[in-house]
Design a protein. Structure first.
Ligand SMILES: [Mn+2]
Length: 269
């Protein structure tokens, strides 16, 4: 059995089957994880969900910001904009199956003892165990009867730092922001959720989370994440692997095989 992790698909289904074939992925014996943002902006949201869901237990994902946004649109919290590309999926007869399935996906997982996976990364100052605990608390809310309440309150960028969170609800929202939206973090631990640039022009006094002085990784630990296409797959930190190589923006779709530490990529068709 091999474990593979695919970057942000964002409803671009076309490159996925040839990429899986290139890497000799076998759904009967192997496990495929996605870094989240399965859908959002791209042309084939319904077909992508059908394809991934048909992989059954050989596929799993952590949730990305676009996946959570989709749940908010489904719940009527946010308006369905054509640019989201959700229309055909929202009117599918199987929509409830997909929604229930997405709601029960985690925000973070350990793929093996030392490999952490989330959509955006790990908050500097948190250990894997902190992120997994709070991701579990978010999942508890997302799978409860009142799941819409959390999604309705998640839009916005406050609180900015973990030490500013007072209520349980604020801790859940901060966890969602760290695990699905984070890029740059200030020296004192404040999230900058506005800047989307790459590493050439970082905002003043802020660090990409993966080179933040408070990020503490043991030598055998690794983080796999997506979300940040402007990195073009480069972090400068061998322990933090960026898998969003921006297929939706004209780049490539990336797949990583854990056991051999091998990358596979598919260019635009
Ligand atoms: Mn994202």
């Amino acid at each position: 059995m091999a474990t593979y992790v695919v970057g942000d698909i964002q409803a671009c289904l076309a490159p996925l089957p040839p990429l899986l074939e290139k890497a000799s992925f076998n759904p009967d014996t192997d496990q495929l994880w996605a870094v989240g943002d399965l859908i959002g902006r791209g042309p084939q949201a319904l077909e992508t969900m059908q394809f991934l869901h048909n992989l059954g237990s050989s596929f799993n994902t952590v949730l990305g910001n676009h996946d959570l946004h989709f749940l908010a649109v489904y719940a009527g919290i946010k308006r369905d904009k054509p640019s989201d590309g959700f229309q055909a999926l929202l009117t599918s007869p199987d929509i409830d199956v997909y929604v229930d399935w997405l709601r029960s996906r985690p925000l973070a997982v350990l793929l093996d003892e030392g490999t952490f996976l989330s959509h955006a990364g790990l908050y500097p100052g948190w250990q894997f165990s902190d992120a997994l605990y709070w991701a579990g608390q978010v999942s508890e809310a997302l799978t409860s009867d009142k799941w819409q309440d959390l999604l309705a309150s998640m839009y916005g960028s406050e609180p900015k730092a973990w030490h500013d969170c007072t209520s349980h609800q604020e801790k859940l929202i901060f966890t969602i922001n760290c695990l699905t939206r984070m890029r740059f973090v200030s020296a004192s631990g404040q999230l900058d959720l506005q800047t989307k640039s790459g590493l050439l022009s970082p905002p003043t006094d802020k660090h990409p989370w993966f080179s933040h002085p408070s990020l503490m990784l043991l030598p055998e630990q690794k983080i796999l994440f997506g979300h940040w296409a402007a990195l073009e797959g480069h972090t400068g930190n061998a322990q933090c692997l960026a898998l969003d190589t921006g297929y939706i923006w004209g780049g490539t779709l990336s797949l990583y095989k854990l056991e051999s530490a091998t990358f596979y990529r598919i260019e635009q068709q």
